[in-house]
Write a protein that binds this ligand. Structure first.
Ligand SMILES: [Zn+2]
Length: 188
């Protein structure tokens, strides 16, 4: 069975104390709205996440979704909230982002030096900067347009196999994470 996930993450680095505070705030927000509940039947293969869909999970997704009831019965429909920095890869969705100014393709260095900039971002914390070949705009990778390129950051919240999240809900999560944020839609 193929699976998918959506991760919303904070891109800019902050102290571990700040990450912890935002992580707790985000959990409180999702719990207060009934979007998540503690997963009392955790299972490494079946239901590995700490959180599961709550009674108001439908409020978080785009309506109408005719497979919502089926989604509630999906084996892996949990929510992961992580305070530690990590890389989020789109896996089979992998696609270079586009220039937010002219919609031009990412420069060839994005693909050609992929392994190098990804490792440097992960180990040294330097988010790569790319310049658009078409219009000359320069920006950090997280400021390029797209949901299908790898991003690194923390805190992050991942919705596993959920229906598409509503734009308003996504905006609220981004506000809770604060500052620059990104989205990675994965498929595997
Ligand atoms: Zn451009």
């Amino acid at each position: 069975m193929s699976e998918h996930s959506v991760t919303v993450l904070r891109l800019d680095s902050i102290s571990s104390a700040e990450r912890e505070e935002i992580t707790v705030d985000l959990q409180d927000l999702l719990l207060a709205r009934g979007v998540i509940l503690p997963n009392d039947l955790r299972d490494a293969l079946w239901q590995p996440s700490e959180w599961k869909p709550g009674p108001a999970a439908q409020m978080a997704v785009v309506e109408p979704v005719d497979w919502f009831d089926a989604f509630l019965d999906t084996a892996n429909n949990g929510v992961d909230i992580r305070g530690d920095r990590d890389a989020y890869h789109p896996v089979e969705n992998d696609e270079a982002p586009r220039c937010p100014h002219c919609a031009g393709a990412a420069p060839t260095t994005y693909t050609d030096s992929y392994g190098d900039w990804l490792e440097e971002w992960m180990t040294a914390g330097r988010e790569p900067l790319f310049t658009c070949d078409r219009c000359g705009w320069s920006g950090l990778l997280g400021d390029w347009t797209g949901q299908f390129s790898v991003l690194i950051g923390a805190p992050a919240v991942t919705f596993l196999n959920w229906p598409p999240l509503s734009p308003a809900f996504t905006t609220d999560i981004r506000a809770a994470l604060g500052d620059r944020t990104g989205i990675v839609a994965s498929h595997w």
